[in-house]
Write a protein that binds this ligand. Structure first.
Ligand code: FES
Length: 120
């Protein structure tokens, strides 16, 4: 079982290959946003990696991060917990002014993932 640490919230065990956005919300109990429902469109599920950043990313993640000019962040809806990770939850419902975090992402990555190496 991979271990997920969310800075300031502690460390939890997570089911292998669970979507990171769901692990942060359901296991670490952090109010992360997922406004587009985990479909690689909104970037509100973004996190900063402190340790264990995955070496691969989905084409959808790469495209939306590039389109929004976002650097130094990853989309937790496009990442599977397949090893230990430490992240900083930088996009939370608390303080966002939003009424809710967004609809709950599906258990599996959407859209169906096409994996490519992370650059840089
Ligand atoms: S990009 Fe919208 S929830 Fe991940």
């Amino acid at each position: 079982m991979p271990k997920l640490t969310v800075e300031g919230f502690g460390t939890v065990d997570v089911d292998d290959n669970k979507r990171l956005v769901l692990a942060i919300e359901q296991d670490a109990r952090v109010d992360i946003l997922h406004a587009c429902g985990g479909n690689a469109r909104c970037t509100t599920c973004r996190v900063e990696f402190i340790d264990g950043e995955p070496e691969v990313m989905t084409v959808a993640e790469k495209q939306v991060l590039a389109a929004k000019g976002a650097t130094g962040v990853r989309l937790s809806c496009q990442i599977r917990c397949d090893h230990d990770m430490t992240v900083r939850a930088i996009s939370r419902l608390t303080g966002s002014g939003r009424p809710d975090p967004g609809s709950t992402p599906a258990p599996d990555i959407t859209p169906p993932p096409e994996w490519i190496p992370k650059e840089g």
